[in-house]
Design a protein around this ligand. Structure first.
Ligand SMILES: O=C(O)C1=C[C@@H](OP(=O)(O)O)[C@@H](O)[C@H](O)C1
Ligand SMILES: C=C(OP(=O)(O)O)C(=O)O
Length: 446
């Protein structure tokens, strides 16, 4: 591997978490908001469709670079079905929003989403006085809404932070102030993001160490530039670190609302040179990955698989802990990473909230994605960095957050495709980067 002194610029699409929050806040606002550079992917299109079904208007520029949202000036009032597809954010953010309004809403989603826990949110809505029917404890569920009063609520936040974010975003639409006290909060940076965006859309927020109080008053429209997605950036930055290359992500820098940008601290631990400025982030690999550390990735668990997948290439074992809640996402991600690394012949020790990945040269393998975009993307990086063909059983699952993922990986690292350009890993070939349904041509390099 050789050093690449000139960083390549990755084209990273907008943040999923910011896009879906901004859509909801704009849909609740009393006027017209603009969202610039939103993420266009399965999760955000499902969220957008759910909101237009609920009565908001979204006008998209022909190239989708800007969405103009005319809000309802409050919570929805029409009732109807709400389809959440695979999107955890839809299943956790939209029920509180509708419960604050009027009408009967029937929520459902894919089999994968039905399997994800919703009980703490259903219980919280119930305690606030909403009429919720969720026979299995999660989706499908029905809410008969007549508006909500606030009050004070303890909220089990140990399985997901999304319950808290959903209740917080609905809170300005309640008749009286709502105080929420999270217990065992995971993924805290996402709650900070929620509060920051609520403030930008004009909400009255009083946040303390152990509780948050939200005042009634609704939302004002806002024009928002959406940053590149930090979780998506992790794959390209990890590839730079593992391949001895340099990659920059403009627009994702010190002012970021996304906790997942802290992934670069893990790359720095592994020996990569990292620069985060107001303009953006650059990671330069040295051609060698350092292991021999134990890192808590509980706050940034969407990125733990990114590091775990390249960890076999490090010079000593790496332990990642604090990730029990990552078992409750699109897949049981701790089990999925462990099984796929083992399929590549890599030694992994798995515990309830941790894994230890040992150094090893991966062997060619078929990767079971479990319909989880992040498993597909993480193992694509391992294939690229090791030069070993890994075949994804479901490459198109990357569409949940980045349909153009493989095209961008091939554009940035055309010479590193397994087997070289035109080799088994090349676009159109049987290897990981050319798997059917993902891409058919290489875009021109920089
Ligand atoms: O609020 C959000 O936008 C998210 C919160 C996190 O989920 P948990 O809070 O369930 O860990 C994260 O994994 C998910 O991709 C997006
Ligand atoms: C967990 C994720 O998504 P969500 O919870 O929003 O479905 C993810 O994108 O990794």
């Amino acid at each position: 591997m050789h050093a690449d002194p000139l960083p390549r610029t990755a084209r990273i699409p907008g943040s999923k978490s910011i896009t879906n929050r901004a859509l909801l806040l704009a849909a609740a606002a009393d006027g017209t908001s603009t969202l610039r550079a939103p993420l266009v992917s399965e999760d955000t299109l499902a969220f957008r469709k759910a909101l237009t079904d609920l009565g908001a208007t979204v006008r998209a520029a022909s190239d989708e670079s800007r969405w103009t949202v005319t809000g309802l000036g409050g919570a929805p009032r029409g009732g109807g079905p709400v389809w959440c597809a695979d999107a955890g954010t839809a299943a956790r953010f939209l029920p509180p929003f509708t419960a604050a309004g009027r009408g009967t809403y029937r929520f459902d989603g894919s089999a994968q989403l039905r399997a994800r826990p919703l009980r703490p949110l259903v219980d919280a809505l119930d305690r606030l006085g909403a009429r919720v029917r969720a026979d299995g404890g999660g989706l499908p569920l029905e809410i008969t809404a007549t508006g909500l009063d606030g009050g004070e609520l303890d909220l089990d936040s140990s399985l997901s932070s999304q319950y808290l974010s959903g209740l917080l975003m609905a809170a300005p639409l309640l008749r009286t102030p709502l105080t929420l006290r999270p217990e065992g909060l995971v993924s805290r940076p996402y709650v900070d993001m929620t509060l920051a965006l609520m403030r930008r859309f004009g909400a009255g927020v009083d946040a303390y160490a152990d509780r948050v109080t939200i005042r009634p008053g609704g939302y004002r429209p806002h024009a928002l530039d959406i940053e590149p997605d930090a979780s998506t950036a992790s794959y390209f930055l990890a590839a730079a670190a593992a391949c001895g290359r340099a990659v920059s992500v403009p627009g994702l820098g010190t002012g970021s609302l996304q906790g997942d940008l802290r992934f670069v601290d893990v790359l720095a631990k592994a020996g990569a040179r990292v620069s985060v400025t107001a303009e953006g982030t650059t990671v330069a690999g040295t051609g060698r990955l350092r292991g021999g550390f134990d890192v808590d990735m509980g706050d940034i668990s969407d990125t733990f698989m990114t590091f775990a997948a390249i960890a076999p290439l490090a010079d000593a074992p790496v332990t990642i802990h604090g990730i029990a809640h990552a078992r409750l996402k699109e897949s049981d991600r701790v089990a999925a990473v462990t099984a796929n690394l083992r399929a590549c012949g890599v030694r992994v020790d798995e515990g309830p909230d941790r894994i230890t990945v040992h150094p090893g040269t991966p062997a060619p393998a078929r990767i079971a994605c479990r319909r989880d975009h992040r498993i597909a993307m993480s193992f694509s990086v391992l294939s690229l960095a090791s030069g070993v063909p890994l075949v994804l059983d479901d490459p198109a699952c990357v569409g949940k957050t980045f349909p153009g993922f493989h095209a961008e990986l091939g554009r940035l690292f055309p010479d590193l495709l397994p087997g070289g350009p035109g080799g088994p890993g090349a676009p159109g070939g049987p290897g990981v980067l050319g798997a059917p349904g993902v891409r058919t041509s290489v875009e021109e390099g920089e």
